[in-house]
Write a protein that binds this ligand. Structure first.
Ligand SMILES: [Zn+2]
Length: 178
Protein backbone atom coordinates (compact mmCIF):
# COMPACT_ATOMS: atom_id res chain seq x y z
CA UNK A 1 0.00 0.00 0.00
CA UNK A 2 1.20 3.46 -0.86
CA UNK A 3 2.00 5.56 2.20
CA UNK A 4 1.95 8.91 0.48
CA UNK A 5 0.34 10.33 -2.58
CA UNK A 6 2.74 11.47 -5.27
CA UNK A 7 0.36 14.17 -6.47
CA UNK A 8 -1.73 16.13 -3.96
CA UNK A 9 -2.81 19.00 -6.18
CA UNK A 10 -5.56 17.21 -8.07
CA UNK A 11 -8.16 14.49 -7.77
CA UNK A 12 -6.84 10.98 -7.24
CA UNK A 13 -7.30 8.84 -10.32
CA UNK A 14 -7.74 5.15 -10.66
CA UNK A 15 -4.41 3.69 -11.78
CA UNK A 16 -4.74 1.80 -15.07
CA UNK A 17 -1.83 -0.52 -14.41
CA UNK A 18 -3.30 -2.20 -11.35
CA UNK A 19 -4.99 -5.58 -10.96
CA UNK A 20 -8.63 -6.30 -11.82
CA UNK A 21 -9.80 -6.59 -8.19
CA UNK A 22 -8.41 -3.17 -7.29
CA UNK A 23 -9.89 -1.61 -10.45
CA UNK A 24 -13.32 -3.04 -9.63
CA UNK A 25 -13.13 -2.01 -5.96
CA UNK A 26 -12.03 1.48 -7.04
CA UNK A 27 -15.04 1.83 -9.37
CA UNK A 28 -17.45 0.72 -6.64
CA UNK A 29 -15.96 3.12 -4.05
CA UNK A 30 -15.75 5.96 -6.61
CA UNK A 31 -19.50 5.75 -7.31
CA UNK A 32 -20.48 6.38 -3.67
CA UNK A 33 -22.43 9.67 -3.56
CA UNK A 34 -21.58 12.52 -1.23
CA UNK A 35 -24.25 12.57 1.51
CA UNK A 36 -24.55 16.38 1.40
CA UNK A 37 -24.54 16.89 -2.35
CA UNK A 38 -25.85 13.59 -3.75
CA UNK A 39 -25.20 14.57 -7.38
CA UNK A 40 -21.48 14.39 -6.58
CA UNK A 41 -19.59 11.18 -5.99
CA UNK A 42 -16.75 11.05 -3.50
CA UNK A 43 -14.46 10.75 -6.52
CA UNK A 44 -15.89 13.99 -7.99
CA UNK A 45 -15.15 15.68 -4.68
CA UNK A 46 -11.61 14.35 -4.52
CA UNK A 47 -12.39 12.78 -1.14
CA UNK A 48 -11.47 9.32 -2.45
CA UNK A 49 -7.67 9.10 -2.36
CA UNK A 50 -6.73 5.45 -2.76
CA UNK A 51 -8.17 1.97 -3.10
CA UNK A 52 -6.37 -1.36 -3.08
CA UNK A 53 -7.82 -4.84 -3.06
CA UNK A 54 -6.12 -8.18 -2.54
CA UNK A 55 -6.69 -11.49 -0.74
CA UNK A 56 -6.62 -9.68 2.62
CA UNK A 57 -9.53 -7.43 1.71
CA UNK A 58 -10.06 -3.91 0.48
CA UNK A 59 -8.41 -0.82 1.86
CA UNK A 60 -9.91 2.55 1.01
CA UNK A 61 -8.33 5.87 1.89
CA UNK A 62 -10.45 8.99 2.12
CA UNK A 63 -9.59 12.54 3.12
CA UNK A 64 -12.36 14.61 4.71
CA UNK A 65 -13.20 17.96 3.15
CA UNK A 66 -13.11 19.47 6.64
CA UNK A 67 -11.60 17.79 9.69
CA UNK A 68 -14.88 18.12 11.57
CA UNK A 69 -17.10 17.19 8.65
CA UNK A 70 -19.88 14.97 10.06
CA UNK A 71 -20.49 13.65 6.54
CA UNK A 72 -17.33 11.55 6.84
CA UNK A 73 -18.95 8.93 9.10
CA UNK A 74 -21.76 8.60 6.57
CA UNK A 75 -19.25 8.31 3.71
CA UNK A 76 -17.28 5.66 5.59
CA UNK A 77 -20.44 3.61 6.19
CA UNK A 78 -21.59 4.05 2.57
CA UNK A 79 -18.20 2.92 1.20
CA UNK A 80 -18.26 -0.20 3.39
CA UNK A 81 -21.85 -0.96 2.38
CA UNK A 82 -21.19 -0.42 -1.34
CA UNK A 83 -18.14 -2.69 -1.33
CA UNK A 84 -19.69 -5.46 0.77
CA UNK A 85 -22.79 -5.35 -1.48
CA UNK A 86 -20.46 -5.75 -4.47
CA UNK A 87 -19.06 -8.93 -2.92
CA UNK A 88 -15.95 -7.63 -1.21
CA UNK A 89 -15.41 -8.48 2.42
CA UNK A 90 -13.02 -7.15 5.03
CA UNK A 91 -13.34 -3.55 3.95
CA UNK A 92 -11.09 -1.16 5.81
CA UNK A 93 -11.71 2.57 5.37
CA UNK A 94 -8.89 4.79 6.51
CA UNK A 95 -9.14 8.52 7.09
CA UNK A 96 -6.05 10.45 6.12
CA UNK A 97 -5.89 14.10 7.18
CA UNK A 98 -2.57 14.99 5.59
CA UNK A 99 -2.14 16.32 3.00
CA UNK A 100 -5.30 18.27 3.72
CA UNK A 101 -8.10 18.16 1.19
CA UNK A 102 -8.39 21.21 -1.02
CA UNK A 103 -11.03 22.15 -3.54
CA UNK A 104 -8.31 21.66 -6.18
CA UNK A 105 -9.01 17.94 -5.82
CA UNK A 106 -12.52 18.37 -7.09
CA UNK A 107 -12.77 17.11 -10.65
CA UNK A 108 -13.97 19.28 -13.54
CA UNK A 109 -16.93 16.92 -13.90
CA UNK A 110 -17.66 17.49 -10.21
CA UNK A 111 -17.57 21.29 -10.58
CA UNK A 112 -19.90 21.06 -13.58
CA UNK A 113 -22.38 18.88 -11.64
CA UNK A 114 -22.20 21.25 -8.67
CA UNK A 115 -23.20 24.19 -10.91
CA UNK A 116 -26.10 22.23 -12.38
CA UNK A 117 -27.20 21.42 -8.83
CA UNK A 118 -27.36 25.15 -8.06
CA UNK A 119 -24.18 25.51 -6.01
CA UNK A 120 -21.44 27.80 -7.31
CA UNK A 121 -18.27 25.69 -7.58
CA UNK A 122 -14.95 26.86 -6.14
CA UNK A 123 -13.14 29.39 -8.29
CA UNK A 124 -9.43 29.68 -8.76
CA UNK A 125 -6.95 27.27 -7.28
CA UNK A 126 -6.39 27.01 -3.56
CA UNK A 127 -2.83 25.79 -4.06
CA UNK A 128 -1.69 28.89 -5.95
CA UNK A 129 0.34 31.08 -3.67
CA UNK A 130 0.95 34.67 -4.63
CA UNK A 131 1.74 37.87 -2.78
CA UNK A 132 -1.87 39.03 -3.00
CA UNK A 133 -4.67 36.50 -3.41
CA UNK A 134 -6.89 37.51 -6.28
CA UNK A 135 -10.53 37.34 -5.32
CA UNK A 136 -12.22 35.82 -8.32
CA UNK A 137 -15.84 36.55 -8.99
CA UNK A 138 -18.29 33.92 -7.84
CA UNK A 139 -20.81 33.57 -10.64
CA UNK A 140 -24.47 32.85 -9.97
CA UNK A 141 -25.25 29.18 -10.76
CA UNK A 142 -28.75 30.18 -11.89
CA UNK A 143 -28.27 33.13 -14.23
CA UNK A 144 -24.47 33.18 -14.62
CA UNK A 145 -24.09 36.77 -13.43
CA UNK A 146 -20.77 37.63 -11.75
CA UNK A 147 -22.55 40.37 -9.79
CA UNK A 148 -22.83 38.46 -6.51
CA UNK A 149 -22.02 39.10 -2.87
CA UNK A 150 -21.36 36.96 0.18
CA UNK A 151 -24.15 37.32 2.73
CA UNK A 152 -23.01 34.67 5.21
CA UNK A 153 -19.62 32.99 5.65
CA UNK A 154 -21.29 29.68 6.37
CA UNK A 155 -24.12 28.35 4.22
CA UNK A 156 -26.01 25.10 4.67
CA UNK A 157 -22.76 23.49 5.89
CA UNK A 158 -19.38 24.78 7.04
CA UNK A 159 -17.95 23.92 3.61
CA UNK A 160 -20.18 26.43 1.88
CA UNK A 161 -20.79 30.17 2.05
CA UNK A 162 -24.14 31.75 1.37
CA UNK A 163 -24.19 34.19 -1.54
CA UNK A 164 -26.80 36.36 -3.11
CA UNK A 165 -27.06 37.26 -6.79
CA UNK A 166 -27.68 40.95 -7.46
CA UNK A 167 -28.97 40.20 -10.96
CA UNK A 168 -31.65 37.57 -10.24
CA UNK A 169 -31.78 38.19 -6.47
CA UNK A 170 -31.53 34.48 -5.70
CA UNK A 171 -29.45 33.28 -2.77
CA UNK A 172 -27.15 30.31 -3.43
CA UNK A 173 -24.46 28.23 -1.79
CA UNK A 174 -20.86 28.65 -2.89
CA UNK A 175 -18.49 25.76 -2.25
CA UNK A 176 -15.50 27.57 -0.76
CA UNK A 177 -11.99 27.05 -2.11
CA UNK A 178 -9.60 26.24 0.70
ZN1 LIG B 1 -28.42 35.11 -10.63
Amino acid sequence: MRDSFPVADRAAQRPDDTDAATRRAWDVAAAVPDPEVPVLTIEDLGVLRDVSADADGVRVTITPTYSGCPAMDAIRDDVVLALTSAGFDRVDVRLVLSPAWTTDWMTDAGKHKLREYGIAPPTGRAAVRGPIPVRLAVTCPRCGSPDTREIARFGSTACKALYECRACLEPFDHFKAH
